[in-house]
Design a protein around this ligand. Sequence first.
Ligand SMILES: Cc1ncc(COP(=O)(O)O)c(C=O)c1O
Length: 414
Amino acid sequence: MTALASAARPNFDVETIRADFPILHQQINGHDLVFLDTAASAQKPRQVIQAMVDVMENDYANVHRGVYALSQRATDKFEAARGKAAKFINAPHEDSIIFSRGATEGINLVAASYGQRLGPGDEIITTELEHHSNIVPWQIIAEKQGAKVLFAPMDDNGALDMDAFRSLISNRTKIVAVTHVANTMGTVLPVQEIARLTHAVGAVILVDGCQAAPHMPVDVQALDVDFYAFSGHKIYGPTGIGALYGRPEILADMPPYQGGGEMIETVEKTGSTYKEPPHRFEAGTPAIVEAVGFGAAIDYIQSIGLEGIGAHETDVAAHAEALLRAMPEVEIMGAPGAKTSVLSFNVKGAHAHDVGTILDQMGVAVRAGQHCAQPVMDRFGVHATARASFGMYNTKAEAEALAAAVAKTIEIFG
Ligand SMILES: Cc1ncc(COP(=O)(O)O)c(C=O)c1O
């Protein structure tokens, strides 16, 4: 299986890719499944599923503690996944990768640990484009420390208003927390420029990379960011695992997030001492099987190549967008210049949930709701949208199936 996962695939071929995803080959409500909810969670290729079965059948034991061979093998596979995650985002060292349950936990870790340095009058800047997981942890720590959370606004197209961002940032700013790609409209934020402005005032920057990592090459050193969080299940791996990159010199000075086994050096009745990062931030038995699946997902993506994946997805999403824009009854939310393969829309006179339900009747799976981004909905004055999001396995024929299903919805709501 490992050989299959790492075999190079220089030419992007969507049919070969589709053959790797068993779940895609089924009918829903009498129609071929058209899965357009990859931004919520991506489907899993056989290579990931097999890697997880493999470790459970052959190499499973608890990690880091056993002196016996099986535990050593499990530890090697677990730690290899850390190395793969480091290479995937060009982190300077694998010790700068902390395993988390996902992006949400990674952001909470930074807020709860690094955030302890905040004091009254300090400011955290986030944006109106964020998923709730890059808002709420900052509100919690700001309230505890007497700090403030400021929101950089977006423009009418759904792009970040950089002039407004520049006017918000000051020497009161201590943390800037921005998404790399917005989950609602696919807006790509100018992270490198935001990092430059952040460092110019002596603050640190955390980037929520959940919706970027599956679609574009990420280089945390070139971006010059201090923290970068992403989730395994959005990059075709399992749930329950993700990675948080932290700049080594910053991690070295951060207190633990949670206490327990695995993260300590000594425990005495009078107090405890902690391991060096990343283990200081990984209390308890980790998600061993999931980490192996996460590593296999990274192998899988890299065997295809993110440039090819991103170009294909953009092509399919642009086709879908053109078809929907041609329908006067459809309102597409935002038109940011730089974007990935996400499309949020409404059908005039219909609730997004009804649209989603009718599309499902035709085998088309889209998400409907607020997408954990209430400030985005408020900014556009809508309660909810239907969202079609595209992955490496989607085809132009599926974009057409979406358009046909939307046309049917318009007919029904006449
Ligand atoms: C932009 C963004 N950030 C954070 C998250 C949270 O990810 P997770 O639920 O895997 O922690 C999501 C999930 O939809 C997301 O799209």
